[in-house]
Design a protein. Structure first.
Lengths: 152, 164
């Protein structure tokens, strides 16, 4: 079973990918959404392991657990990241008469960093650090560094 | 015989409506027989067979809660469905617009948490997902082929009286 630090290591890899994609965020909003979600997933799993000793192995059980105390404060951010990445990964509509055709109609590229990374991933990280991660986990986690992001 | 492309795509959707019958709010499916079959099938898919009776009752409570939630938000919502996805119930909400709405998403998350912590809905695991305004074909992949319950638009601000 993966340890808290195993999940933090994976979260940090996702963070590195996020920073790389952020430089070209107008070209890859779908990937930013997806990578932000996967970073959040690893942080959530690290929180589960640190706080109660055991993680989850599938999305449904993870979502269920997040809806219960004491993890509910993370749920509203995680659910949005999951939902947005689902749209990014699976929803494509080439019916021209509908408003939505691609992810950029749902979330313009210049808003992805602000709306998903800063307003969802960053707060989720904060909650994990404040309430659930061990001291080693907190020290190891590479958090989103807002000033490094190309946001107006 | 029509070709596959010409067959109605909404054949498997049962529409739900909410009615006020002598002061009691009841959920009324457009096709009672199909609705009963879909509920039984959902119970199998969700592995709740041994709790069948309780699950059916909880589903009725859940549907009323969802209608109440929808009733104050139809200006933002085009369609709403209940389906089965990844082994749990899913509440799929298609918005009127295509753009992400932060407050709307927070409202959906609050709804999920409320339901998850309702002591009378201990058999219900529901996750909400909002989708932008898309075609029926694009929406199709998000709905289980057998379990498609649509929340109807009768009187969208509240249950209407039977016969109206």
């Amino acid at each position: 079973m993966a340890t808290e630090l195993d999940h933090i290591t994976l979260a940090n890899k996702n963070n590195a990918a996020l920073l790389y994609l952020a430089k070209k965020h107008t070209e890859y909003p779908e990937w930013i959404s997806t990578v932000a979600f996967y970073k959040a997933l690893q942080i959530v799993e690290a929180s589960f392991v640190a706080h109660s000793g055991v993680g989850c192995h599938d999305h449904p059980s993870r979502l269920r657990r997040l809806r219960e105390a004491p993890y509910q404060s993370m749920y509203k951010h995680f659910r949005v990241l999951w939902s947005a990445s689902t749209v990014a990964r699976y929803l494509y509509d080439n019916q021209s008469q509908n408003k939505y055709a691609s992810f950029e109609d749902f979330m313009p590229a210049d808003k992805v960093l602000k709306m998903l990374v800063c307003r969802r991933l960053l707060p989720l990280e904060g909650i994990a650090v404040q309430h659930f991660l061990s001291d080693k986990g907190k020290e190891a986690l590479k958090k989103v560094h807002k000033p490094s992001l190309p946001i107006n | 015989m029509s070709s596959i492309e010409e067959r109605p795509k909404n054949r498997n959707i049962v529409q739900l409506d909410w009615l006020d019958v002598d002061g009691q709010v009841v959920i009324s499916p457009s096709d009672g027989d199909r609705y009963g079959l879909k509920v039984r099938r959902a119970i199998e898919l969700l592995q709740k067979t041994q709790y069948r009776d309780d699950f059916e009752k909880q589903l009725q409570i859940l549907n009323k809660l969802l209608f109440q939630w929808l009733s104050t938000r139809w200006d933002d919502i085009d369609k709403a469905f209940m389906t089965v996805r990844d082994g749990d119930l899913a509440f799929i909400v298609v918005t009127q617009n295509d753009e992400y709405n932060e407050q709307f998403e927070d409202d959906l998350s609050e709804l999920d948490i409320q339901i998850a912590n309702d002591v009378d809905l201990n058999l219900i695991n529901l996750t909400s997902i909002s989708l932008p305004s898309v075609s029926a074909e694009a929406l199709d992949s998000f709905l289980h082929k057998e379990i498609r319950l649509s929340f109807g638009n009768g009187d969208r601000t509240g249950p209407h009286h039977a016969g109206e």
